[in-house]
Design a protein. Structure first.
Length: 763
């Protein structure tokens, strides 16, 4: 890993494990499409489909329905889920040199390099290859998922004959006969290899091949089209059947003269377009109307702006600095850019978790975008708004007469969790979504958006709290829900849920007051039939919300029964039994004081003002001992809270553990896709952790610390119209107003007006 924005491998290992890891790490995506890094020429036979190597490319938000086989048909259990689909394969390119086929698995690789260039937004494979009969070529392949034109994926394929001249045959294919990847052994990915997409037509028009396919149950259509441009004299033929289109070029190679093929692939779907076939035609014409170099320039421009607004720099540890850059690059590749989609835990790098969206979006990924690129957060909220009606339906299924309950995992808006104790029971998703809307408002003061859409979500989701909970002896209780810790399910008064519900309800009241005099307010009140006494109800439930507290331990118990359970010393658990969910029955896990991920600690992070320092410190020490970190969402939150509570070295150790999770394949499942929430979590560990950043109603707060091994670090925050750069060094922290109007900021608890530059001593 270099610091220059390039991540490269100079030795390409061609075993199954490394091939699959590289498919993930070097994938190309732009938030709409994602293409795993499959070799264009394919793999060796033994690594082919039957061995579950499936070339993969996805469209964010594009899905098929699949039955969930519930053994017992209890009322309301989910019987159908959505899965993200593998779309037509546009990657395949085969080259034959005088009849000898190029393959990384034959002949000799004289030199090989795989490189992800995060400034230019491309991946490049360079191979110097000697064929079994001694022909030497130099091959350079550049791939790009365009940020400028989201429907577009390009492959630029260059072949330079080194020691021969002769015939070259190029076969570039477009294949609509695709399967979805599966692993029956792993509950986190789909368990059957499925063939969901049925090709409707395969056509050719003006040398562009079009494959239109349809899903059978969700009734969605996708059209991919491909155009191959070979930049030298050739003969060309097309071979087409119902599912496949291959373009064959016959040309001659001259020693020392480069051959260049550009393959344009466009993806269009019927969720976003009325007629995806004609839209594909337009999008292809758009791509072809400019030189490829122009598209490369736009890509670089987009990313220059991204790094300028969102980048982080660590001085004194180049390796971690580069790892952070890798993580932030993956965030912009993964996050949806329109209201039809969101961001999946694996982004668009693999189909782990079947492409479902979870709370990861609101609690891990949005905290990055809200303060750097708020338009993206707004889109993510728009997606939730688009699916609000389905959240209403979901609430009815769960027995709530009014309000909306968002699904725990979903693509198009309906619940997909087959196992409700650690799925639908996670009612906190409602609070998480409201929390992210409030954070968006605090960062942008975009009251127009709140009036138009945000308030409706906040009110509708708040209604669920007053229905799911109830008063008992003067206190408001929420029973039988699950908190974030998926090793402890269906509990009473989960601290995280209750304290978040309290915040949510209080904000519902505030938003009501903020917008009650506007015209759109009356429309909204009528639309959702919101009564003044409901708002009173929100106020009362928040005021009397029961927050569990243990006098003896002086901590917030995770829930009412958590502290009564058996302890289970993590040291006693054999290493090979992690993650525990793969080795122990859920009930066994539920009966122990063992946590998969932060629950109460997460609550202390997001709502620190709800408890005293002492309680948060005690809680940290208590839960740290019983948290297994079986979820990749875990260590970053412990890092943030360790920093918050003055345990700098510990904060750093957790951060180090989190930041290279995928680059080092720490969880042994990077082959199924990246861990996007963890990547955003590593950002949070710097900004919210070491930087002590908090976004509150009273303003923005910083309390920077500097990890011992670093010389300095810097990051930028966007608050309303202003961009603030923060640089933390040993002696001081410097706040620079890069653009926008002066802002009030709090540093180490003291209030300052940031006009141009503010230097605050740390000694
Ligand atoms: C975690 C959830 C998370 C999901 C997707 C699970 O392992 O427990 O909190 O939402 O993964 O990342």
């Amino acid at each position: 890993m270099k610091g220059s924005g390039v991540y490269e491998l100079r030795e390409l290992k061609l075993d199954k494990y490394n091939l699959k890891i590289n498919e993930t790490l070097f994938h190309n995506a732009n938030g709409y499409i994602g293409i795993r890094y499959d070799f264009e020429e394919g793999y060796e036979k033994r690594y082919s489909r039957e061995d579950q190597f499936v070339p993969s490319q996805y469209i964010n938000g594009f899905y098929e329905y699949l039955e969930i086989n519930q053994a017992e048909k209890l009322y309301g259990l989910v019987e159908e889920k959505q899965i993200m689909l593998n779309i037509a394969n546009t990657q395949s390119i085969k080259i034959f040199l005088d009849g000898e086929e190029f393959s990384m698995f034959s002949g000799t690789i004289l030199a090989g390099r795989l490189c992800l260039d995060m400034e230019r937004g491309i991946t490049v494979r360079n191979v110097a290859w000697r064929s079994p009969k001694g022909k030497e070529v130099y091959i350079a392949i550049t791939r790009m998922a365009s940020f400028h034109q989201l429907s577009l994926f390009t492959i630029e394929y260059e072949v330079l004959p080194q020691n021969f001249s002769g015939d070259i045959l190029i076969e570039s294919s477009h294949n609509g006969n695709v399967l979805n990847y599966a692993d029956p052994e792993d509950p986190r990915i789909s368990d059957e290899v499925i063939h969901c997409l049925k090709p409707l037509s395969c056509q050719i028009k003006d040398e562009v091949t079009y494959i239109t396919s349809r899903t059978s149950k969700s009734d969605l259509e996708v059209c991919t089209c491909v155009k191959n441009v070979l930049c030298q004299g050739h003969q060309k033929e097309f071979i087409i059947d119902n599912n496949n289109a291959t373009c064959r070029f016959h040309t001659t190679a001259k020693q020392g003269k480069k051959i260049r093929l550009i393959k344009y692939a466009v993806f269009c779907d019927s969720i976003r377009n009325e007629n995806c076939r004609s839209k594909a035609e337009l999008e292809m014409a758009r791509a072809l109307s400019v030189p490829l170099e122009y598209l490369y320039e736009r890509q670089e421009e987009y990313l220059a702006d991204y790094w300028n607004n969102c980048g982080i720099e660590i001085e004194g540890d180049e390796e971690l600095n580069s790892a952070m850059r890798f993580n932030l690059y993956q965030l912009i590749q993964s996050v949806g850019k329109d209201r039809y989609c969101n961001v999946a835990p694996k982004g668009l790098s693999g189909d782990g978790y079947e492409g479902h969206y979870f709370w990861d979006s609101e609690m891990y990924i949005q905290p990055f975008f809200t303060i750097t690129k708020p338009d993206i957060s707004r889109n993510l909220i728009e997606y939730r708004y688009r699916t609000l009606d389905m959240a209403r339906e979901n609430a009815r299924v769960l027995g709530h007469k009014s309000g909306a309950l968002y699904p725990w995992r979903t693509i198009m808006g309906r619940e997909c969790s087959g196992y409700f104790p650690s799925g639908s029971a996670q009612y906190h998703i409602n609070g998480d979504i409201a929390y992210s809307i409030i954070a968006y408002f605090l960062a942008t003061k975009d009251i127009g958006f709140i009036q138009e859409k945000g308030a409706e979500i906040v009110f509708e989701t708040a209604r669920i709290w007053t229905d799911v909970g109830n008063f008992h002896e003067g206190k408001f209780y929420i029973n039988d829900v699950s908190g974030p810790d998926e090793y402890t399910c269906i509990v009473n008064n989960n601290y995280y849920t209750n304290v978040l519900a309290q915040y949510h309800l209080n904000w519902a009241v505030k938003i009501y007051d903020l917008i009650k005099t506007t015209e759109s307010f009356n429309r909204l009140v009528q639309k959702i039939n919101l009564k003044k006494d409901e708002i009173e109800g929100f106020k009362r439930a928040a005021e009397f919300m029961y927050l569990p507290y243990d006098e003896g331990l002086k901590i917030n118990p995770q829930d009412d029964s958590f502290l009564q359970k058996k302890r289970w010393d993590i040291k006693d658990i054999p290493k090979e039994n992690f993650p525990l969910l793969m080795h122990y029955h859920p009930l066994h896990l539920y009966r122990h004081q063992i946590s998969k991920q932060p629950d109460t600690i997460m609550a202390h992070f997001i709502l620190e003002d709800a408890q005293s320092e002492e309680t948060m410190l005690n809680s940290f020490n208590y839960y740290e001992k019983i948290t297994t970190h079986c979820s990749s969402l875990s260590p970053c939150i412990f890092s943030i809270m360790a920093a918050r509570l003055g345990m700098e070295d510990k904060a750093f150790a957790y951060f180090e553990n989190t930041v290279r999770l995928d680059l080092l394949d720490k969880q042994k499942n990077t082959i199924d896709g990246l861990h996007i929430a963890n990547m955003s979590g590593s950002y949070m560990a710097i900004v919210y952790g070491f930087g002590g950043f908090r976004l509150k109603e009273r303003g923005v707060f910083f309390a920077p610390i500097l990890p011992r091994l670093w010389t300095a670090y810097k990051f930028k925050i966007r608050i309303e119209d202003s961009r603030i750069m923060v640089r933390v060094r040993k002696e001081e922290c410097v706040f620079t107003l890069e653009s926008g109007s002066p802002k009030i900021i709090f540093v180490y608890g003291k209030k300052y007006l940031l006009e141009k530059k503010l230097i605050i001593s740390r000694t």
